[in-house]
Ligand binder design. Structure first.
Ligand code: COA
Length: 257
C-alpha cells in the first residue's frame, strides 16, 4: 500500500516505519505525503489507539529531508516545501491519539524535527540527534526552530541550531529532547510498554492532555517565520553550494551571499 513506509498494527498500536534504508530514511516528497496518509489512518481508524514512528535499517531513524530534492528549488518552492512539512508535522503533534518517536540511529535535520513533532521521544543508546541545516546554508524548515526551544530551552536550542553539531542520546536525555534511552533490542518493546499504560486510560482524557500541553505558550508566529526564512535561504548562493557540496561529498565554501 505504501512505497516508502511499513505500517503495521498490533494490539491497537500502529507502527509506522520509514523505509528507505539505503538513503538513511531521508524524507523525500513520497515519504512526506505517505506519512500524512499514515497519520490520517491513525486519526480515523478506531482500531488504532496509539502510534510509533521509527526508521528501518538499524542505522538511522531519519537522516533529514532528502537533500537531493533541494537542488534547483526557488525561494517559493522552498517555502512550499516547508509549509507542507509543517502541515503534516502539526497533524502528528495535534493527533488526539499518542504518537511516540522510537529513535533508533541518526535523527538529523527533518528527522530530529519529525521526532520533536511526536508527543515524546524514546531513543536507543547509539542514537545521534542534530539540526545540521546550517552546514547546508539553511535553517530547519519542519518546525525545529520552534520545537527544540520548547524542550531544551533557549540557550541550548541556540547552541545546537547555530553549531549544527550532532548530540548523543545521553545528551538528548539531559537536554529534555528524549525522555528515556534504552538499548536497540529493547526499543520497540519499551515504547509499546509505555504506550500500553497510556492507552489503558480514558481516551478523551489523553486527547485533552495532548491539546492542553500543545496549547502551552504556543503561538503560530514563530512557525510562520520559519517557513518564510527557510524559503528565503533558497534564494542564496550559499544554500546552493551547501546542497551541492553534500551531494558531491566535499566541504562547502560559503561566501555569505
Ligand atoms: N538526503 C539525501 N540523501 C541522504 C541524506 C539526506 N538527508 N542523508 C544521507 N543520505 C544518503 C547519502 O547521500 C548516501 O547515499 P549514496 O549511498 O547514494 O551516496 C546514503 O544516504 C548513506 O549516507 P552516507 O553519507 O554515505 O553515510 P555516512 O554513514 O557516511 O554518514 C550521515 C551518515 C548521517 C552523517 C550523513 O549521511 C549526513 O550527514 N547526512 C545528511 C544529514 C543532514 O544534513 N541532514 C539535514 C538535511 S536538511
Amino acid at each position: 500500500m505504501y512505497e516508502t513506509l511499513l505500517v503495521t498494527t498490533e494490539e491497537s498500536i500502529c507502527t509506522i516505519t520509514i523505509n528507505r534504508p539505503d538513503k538513511l530514511n531521508a524524507i523525500n516528497k513520497t515519504v512526506m505525503s505517505e506519512l500524512g496518509q499514515a497519520i490520517d489512518e491513525v486519526y480515523n481508524n478506531p482500531a488504532i489507539k496509539a502510534a510509533i514512528i521509527t526508521g528501518s535499517g538499524g542505522k538511522a531513524f531519519v537522516a533529514g529531508a532528502d537533500i537531493s530534492e533541494f537542488q534547483g528549488l526557488t525561494k517559493e518552492q522552498g517555502t512550499a516545501l516547508a509549509q507542507k512539512g509543517h502541515d503534516i508535522f502539526f497533524k502528528i503533534e495535534r493527533s488526539p491519539k499518542p504518537i511516540v518517536a522510537a529513535v533508533n540511529g541518526f535523527a538529523l535535520g527533518g528527522g530530529c524535527e519529525l521526532a520533536l513533532a511526536c508527543h515524546f521521544i524514546i531513543a536507543t543508546d547509539n542514537a545521534k540527534f542534530g539540526q545540521p541545516e546550517v552546514n547546508l546554508g539553511l535553517i530547519p524548515g519542519y518546525g525545529g526552530t520552534q520545537r527544540l526551544v520548547q524542550v531544551a530551552g533557549k540557550g541550548r536550542a541556540m547552541e545546537l541550531l547555530m553549531s549544527g553539531r550532532l548530540f548523543s542520546a545521553k545528551e538528548a536525555l539531559s537536554y529534555g529532547v528524549a525522555v528515556e534511552v534504552v538499548t536497540p533490542g529493547e526499543l520497540l518493546i519499551r515504547v509499546k510498554e509505555v504506550l500500553q499504560t497510556i492507552i489503558d486510560k480514558a481516551p478523551i482524557a489523553i486527547s485533552n492532555v495532548i491539546t492542553c500541553v500543545n496549547s502551552f505558550d504556543h503561538t503560530q508566529k514563530g512557525y510562520d517565520l520559519e517557513v518564510k526564512l527557510f524559503g528565503d535561504c533558497f534564494a542564496t548562493e550559499d544554500m546552493k553550494e551547501g546542497a551541492a557540496a553534500f551531494l558531491e561529498k566535499r566541504k562547502p565554501a560559503f561566501k555569505g551571499q
